[in-house]
Design a protein around this ligand. Structure first.
Ligand code: ACO
Length: 276
């Protein structure tokens, strides 16, 4: 009996050769993110972290949108209407998947931005490791247009990738921009034509699937934590993290790489990965 596929309502998962395509699945609401969606996404991400069918996650949206941001009805109105404790929980559950879980996920993550990407959607976009967009997608920090600030952790998230002038420009004007501009701003790795979006994302995912997964995880974590540290702490931490990587890597990549390069002379690390 095959293992059940997580999600199924607000979140749809499709497995394909090591890639878990994780779709926000409220196309009729442009994938606006409700409290229920957050709860389901937390369950899905928890499940996929331990699921062998998933080596890489691609986060994307069903239909015309990546996501039209937080659901004004199903998140803001809904959480305004409940007790302060329940509201606190709704915010926590949303932050959990959009930020903490994705940012420090055990497996690599790619955001694939199709169509609309507004407001709160910038958080999961930025917290994925890599991002590819349709060059004609539409992005916007539209909060100012309906009387709120880029809250949650949006303001913090954009400050990690965008320059201050550009971030403040879009925070203050709410002006829309396309995928090509998102690439210029550093929000995505690549902007490609719509008909290339899925293929290019798949290619990128396959490159990641070929790497030693332990080293890949350690390298992603090392980068994300080190950027928060001063140089002294970063040097000490990265040395220790490197030693830890050797310790936890069952594949013994460091040793194999050295033997294949120095002794057997069968590969050159500058040109590609060692034979696994
Ligand atoms: N919250 C709640 N419902 C939404 C949201 C949202 N963020 N975005 C779209 N919807 C709903 C619409 O109300 C509509 O519902 P209905 O069919 O019951 O009337 C349905 O989704 C389809 O949306 P339309 O507006 O009809 O779709 P259209 O393709 O014309 O426009 C667009 C798409 C531009 C994305 C528009 O829906 C929009 O401006 N959405 C809000 C974008 C936004 O500013 N998001 C909030 C950012 S701030 C934050 O996240 C904290």
């Amino acid at each position: 009996q095959s293992k059940p596929v997580p999600g199924g309502n607000n979140v749809l998962v499709e497995f394909e050769d090591g890639i878990a395509w994780v779709h926000l699945n409220r196309p009729e609401k442009r994938n606006a993110m409700s409290i229920e969606l957050a709860r389901e996404m937390n369950q899905v991400l928890d499940a996929l972290e331990l699921d062998d069918r998933c080596g890489v996650i691609v986060l994307t949206g069903k239909g015309e949108a990546f996501s039209a941001g937080m659901d004004l009805q199903g998140f803001f109105r809904a959480s305004d209407a409940v007790s302060d404790v329940e509201r606190h929980r709704a915010y926590r559950e949303t932050r959990a998947w959009q930020w903490r879980t994705l940012m420090y996920y055990a497996k690599p993550t790619i955001a694939m931005v199709n169509g609309w990407c507004f407001g709160g959607a910038f958080t999961p976009l930025i917290c994925c490791d890599l991002a590819v967009t349709d060059e004609a997608a539409t992005f916007g920090l539209s909060e100012i247009n309906w009387g709120i600030i880029p809250g949650g952790v949006v303001s913090k998230a954009i400050s990690t990738l965008m320059g201050d002038r550009e971030a403040l420009y879009y925070v203050m004007t709410g002006e829309k921009f396309d995928g090509k501009r998102a690439k210029e701003l550093g929000l995505v790795n690549e902007a490609v034509p719509a008909d290339r979006l899925k293929d290019r994302t798949r290619e990128l995912a396959k490159i990641l699937l070929e790497k030693n997964p332990t080293t890949l995880r350690q390298a992603r974590m090392a980068y994300k934590y080190a950027r928060e540290m001063n140089w002294e702490l970063a040097a000490e931490y990265l040395t220790a993290k490197g030693d830890q990587t050797t310790f936890v890597d069952k594949e013994k990549g460091r040793e194999k790489g050295m033997v294949q390069f120095l002794d057997e002379k069968t590969y050159k690390p500058g040109h590609g990965t060692y034979k696994r």
